[in-house]
Structures are given as structure tokens and as C-alpha cells.
Design a protein around this ligand. Structure first.
Ligand code: ZN
Length: 305
């Protein structure tokens, strides 16, 4: 009798242990799933993968609950550094659509595009023909962002024609928000006395061109392209001669160089977020392209007054 109870107890412990193990295995999940936030896609919805955040955000806004949108870039990872894991690449082949930007932002994507297409996945190189001088940061110009959004909508309609009206309605709402954002930037920035923005890396050329600003970048087209000591010395001299008040740094890359330049020139620092990805704190706070663009504009006004 006593022995049977011990056996039962052991069996029970093993079962509970097994369930706990399974549960923690599920909770661990795949990194890309962390951004599959509400609204949850309906059962049977198509699976759409994106290479990095701004494409994810626009796709999510157009897809609503009619598609399951999964961002491959994990939260908190700087997009220029990011490459998907072999498991993530394998997942792509089980999706219906794969959306990437093209150019130097996600060079791994163009390499697998051909094979994905052959296997029946619909692919979109959203930035094709929109980039100048190999600069991938087109999403930071609301006008070019509108073109990206239209291409994403067309691709979703191709993949899932039954929901054409729904996707197009969401696109119109997104277009209106982008038009309003463009108008707001235009009005706020046109009257300011200063035009130079000193940025961490050269992510703001399209935005600067659209609104008549001049970008002075500390690093190159990616945060990894760091300046030499001579270039940094030239930047110090330039900031002094132009009477720069603030140096901009960003949320996902190291602020070290911006802080060094600010210290050398006796200027302040402010965030100018290139929206290449969100930090875990930004995800928790419910930030998106529009809330961050609004914060960027507030800081641009402060620096250029
Ligand atoms: Zn960048």
C-alpha cells in the first residue's frame, strides 16, 4: 500500500515536471514572435514576414487582423547588425509573403528572394528604385514611406485578394496619417532659424532633403562606420563654427561618439530616433512609427530654434 503511494507520487512529480518543462519551452518561443503583438490574426490568416521594424509596423497597420505579421528582427537589435538565424530562414519558406527593403539594409534578403519565389512565397523588395547613393533610410521621409505602404498593400492584395477592400481601407487611413505627418514636419521646420542637424549615423538624409535641413553625420550609413580621429576633429571644428546647440544620438546604437562630440563642443544631446527597430521599453510603451516621428520632430524643433 505504502509502496504504491510512493510510486503514484513519483509519477505525479514526473508529469508535473514534464508539463512545466513544456510550458517553459513554449514561453521561450522564437525571437521573431516577440513582436507579433495585438490585434491577433484570425485563424487561417496568411503569414507575412518582414525583415525589420518600419516594414513590420506599416504591414501590421495595413494587415490588421487579416494576416499574421511576424518581424524577423528581434526587439532591441540594431537593424544594420541583424541577420536571421537558419531557423528563421526555414520559417520564411512556410510563410505566404516576405517583405524586405533591399539595398544595404537587409542584404541577406535579396540572396534568398529567388529561392523563396521558386517555392511559392510572394516577395516584395519595398525600397526598389527609391534609394539614392546606396542610402537605405527611405522610411524616415513620410512621402517615401507612403510609397512603401502602397507597395505593401498591393502585395497583400496579391497574396490574399479576398480581403482587398479591407487592406485598401487600412492603406487609406495610413496614407492620411503619413500626409498629416508630412504637413506637420513641413510647417514646424520651415520657419526655424537653424538648418544643421548633427546625427549619430547618416540615417536622416531623405528627411533632411524633404524639409530643407542639412545633415552632418558622425558615422556613415551604418553606426558601424565610425569616423577617424581626424574626421572627429573636423566635426568638432564644424560644430563650433556653425554654433550647433545639440548633438543627436539614437536608441539602439552606442551614444559614445555623440557624447564625445557633445563634450568636446560643449553642446547638449537629444535623441533623434532612426526607427530601425524598437527597444523593449518602446514596445512596452506602445510606441510606433508615428509616436516616434512626433518625438523626433519635438527634438528637431528644440535643436533648431
Ligand atoms: Zn541606419
Amino acid at each position: 500500500m505504502g509502496f504504491r503511494w510512493v510510486l503514484r507520487l513519483v509519477a505525479l512529480v514526473l508529469v508535473v515536471w514534464g508539463i512545466a518543462g513544456l510550458a517553459s519551452g513554449c514561453a521561450g518561443g522564437k525571437i521573431g514572435e516577440k513582436q507579433a503583438l495585438a490585434p491577433q490574426a484570425r485563424p487561417g490568416a496568411i503569414k507575412v514576414y518582414t525583415s525589420f521594424y518600419p516594414l513590420y509596423d506599416f504591414t501590421k497597420k495595413i494587415a490588421g487582423d487579416k494576416a499574421e505579421v511576424i518581424n524577423l528582427q528581434p526587439v532591441g537589435v540594431e537593424p544594420h547588425d541583424f541577420e536571421p538565424s537558419p531557423q528563421q530562414v526555414a520559417d520564411l519558406y512556410r510563410g505566404r509573403v516576405f517583405i524586405f527593403l533591399g539595398g544595404t539594409m537587409d542584404p541577406w534578403a535579396a540572396k534568398i528572394q529567388g529561392q523563396l519565389k521558386k517555392d511559392g512565397v510572394i516577395t516584395l523588395e519595398a525600397g526598389q528604385g527609391l534609394m539614392v547613393n546606396n542610402d537605405p533610410h527611405i522610411w524616415l521621409d513620410p512621402v517615401l514611406a507612403t510609397e512603401i505602404a502602397r507597395r505593401i498593400c498591393t502585395t497583400l492584395v496579391t497574396a490574399d485578394g479576398g480581403n482587398k477592400g479591407y487592406y485598401e481601407q487600412n492603406l487609406r487611413a495610413l496614407e492620411q496619417k503619413l500626409t498629416a505627418l508630412d504637413e506637420e514636419y513641413r510647417q514646424a521646420l520651415s520657419g526655424l532659424p537653424r538648418k544643421e542637424i548633427v546625427t549619430s549615423h547618416a540615417a536622416f538624409a531623405y528627411l533632411a532633403k524633404r524639409y530643407g535641413l542639412e545633415q552632418i553625420a558622425i558615422s556613415g550609413l551604418s553606426p558601424q562606420e565610425e569616423p577617424s580621429p581626424q574626421q572627429l576633429a573636423r566635426l568638432v571644428a564644424l560644430c563650433r563654427s556653425r554654433g550647433i546647440k545639440y548633438i543627436f544620438f539614437e536608441t539602439l546604437a552606442s551614444p559614445k561618439l555623440a557624447e564625445t562630440l557633445a563634450r568636446e563642443t560643449g553642446t547638449g544631446t537629444l535623441v533623434l530616433n532612426p526607427i530601425g527597430g524598437l527597444t523593449p521599453e518602446e514596445v512596452k510603451a506602445g510606441e510606433d512609427y508615428f509616436t516616434i516621428m512626433a518625438k523626433n520632430l519635438a527634438n528637431l524643433k528644440k535643436a533648431l530654434e
